[in-house]
Design a protein around this ligand. Structure first.
Ligand SMILES: Cc1ncc(COP(=O)(O)O)c(C=O)c1O
Length: 389
């Protein structure tokens, strides 16, 4: 009765079973997997956000396929503040970055076509691709004094069915930015093989080193779809607005926009109150981003202080984002390590395989966890890893 594309293995894995058990037993956990910014003790401009959602024009229905113009202008202004010019005509609103991916896949891929995705990276992509009948083909990121694209692996993964290369900038969870030389090579590959670039920039504003990153919105080489949205830009995952900004050779951009317009017109997903609220909501992003960067930097300092006396754990370099990758002995699977930490130390931390790390020996810790929880959790985790190695 059901489509093969939904034949997922929905069995609960060992780690989730251990977590369910801990919660059933009422254990208080130190959560180093926090990714929901609304639950980590930030000071939101609550009144301003709620007021924004009460725009009187929200009572009117205006079916605008790409989204209402003032909302798209606000997105263009967001990029202008980052030194990038983009016409509102090249912006299409969606309810989430996930929906933006589905529009791009629908635009670019017939069933069975392939999209190249970085590995390690964010696990939701697998489901997004399955639902759209797209096949994800991984290409490697390598760590060697910082992360970078392994271009031989990328080139080798291209087939006649390839339609796009995905880039997560900065990547989640590795936290590295794509460099200008990498973008140049990505453009060359895309042009040679008639591929588009799909750039996920949801964490673009969370640089932790002072580096001002490039935005793919300014990319002119290949046809480029840059995706972002309020869930990370304003730390408001409950207010569903995101966007696709299209750039590249103008003939390809024109065709892409015309077709995206039809896809968007078919659904008309973003609702009026959030579209009218978008300019005011984007105006709150500076404050919340500052809090999140301060939190991440504080937790990073605490982590490094504890690591200086840890024997068996190091951390990988990062440029940006909400996560730190820890390198632990690969003598046990990272699922085993995470389950031990959960059961014996009440510390919740992501095993690396969740993000498709190529081997055992990686854990991923959230840097946006509340400071005290992070400090105690990391201290316990590192001590436990040392004592078992
Ligand atoms: C890299 C990346 N892209 C996209 C998303 C999903 O964003 P949205 O909530 O806008 O669908 C996430 C969520 O964590 C993410 O980490």
């Amino acid at each position: 009765m059901f489509a093969r594309r939904t034949e997922w293995n929905l069995a609960t894995n060992r780690y989730s079973l251990a977590l369910e058990e801990a919660r059933r037993n009422g254990r208080t956990l130190l959560d180093l997997t926090a990714s929901n910014p609304t639950t980590v003790g930030l000071q939101y401009e609550g009144e301003r956000i709620l007021r924004a959602l009460q725009h009187p024009r929200a009572l009117e229905y205006e079916p605008a396929s790409k989204g209402i113009l003032p909302a798209r202008e606000a997105v263009a202004a967001y990029y202008a503040e980052r030194g990038v010019q983009v016409s509102p005509e090249r912006i299409v609103l969606t309810v989430s970055t996930s929906e933006a991916y589905s529009y791009c896949f629908r635009l670019l891929c017939d069933p069975g076509d392939e999209v190249l995705v970085p590995s390690p990276s964010y696990p939701l992509f697998e489901f997004l691709a399955d639902i759209q009948d797209v096949k994800l083909v991984p290409y490697e990121l390598v760590y060697d004094h910082g992360w970078q694209v392994e271009f031989e692996s990328l080139r080798g993964a291209i087939t006649p069915r390839s339609r796009a290369i995905m880039v997560v900038h900065p990547n989640n969870p590795t936290g590295h930015f794509t460099r200008a030389w990498e973008l140049e090579r990505l453009n060359a590959l895309c042009i040679e093989h008639e591929l588009a670039l799909v750039a996920d920039e949801v964490f673009l504003d969370y640089g932790l080193t002072g580096e001002v990153p490039l935005s793919f919105v300014s990319n002119r080489g290949a046809l480029t779809f840059t995706l972002s949205g309020l869930s990370k830009v304003c730390a408001l995952p409950q207010i569903k607005v995101a966007w696709i900004a299209t750039s590249g050779p103008s003939d390809l951009v024109r065709t892409a926009i015309d077709r995206l317009d039809v896809i968007a017109d078919t659904y008309l997903s973003p609702n009026a109150p959030v579209q009218w609220a978008l300019p005011d909501l984007l105006a709150t992003c500076g404050n919340i981003q500052q809090q999140l960067r301060a939190r991440a930097l504080c937790n990073l300092r605490v982590l490094d202080a504890h690591l200086s006396s840890a024997r068996m754990t190091t951390r990988l370099e990062l440029d940006a984002g909400w996560y730190a990758v820890l390198r632990t002995p690969a003598t046990r699977s990272d699922e085993d390590v995470a389950i031990t930490l959960l059961e014996e130390e009440s510390v919740l931390i992501h095993p690396g395989h969740f993000f498709d790390f190529p081997a055992a020996g990686y854990l991923v810790a959230s840097l946006i966890a509340p400071e005290r929880e992070f400090r105690v959790g990391i201290e316990r985790a590192l001590r436990s890893i040392d004592s078992r190695s």
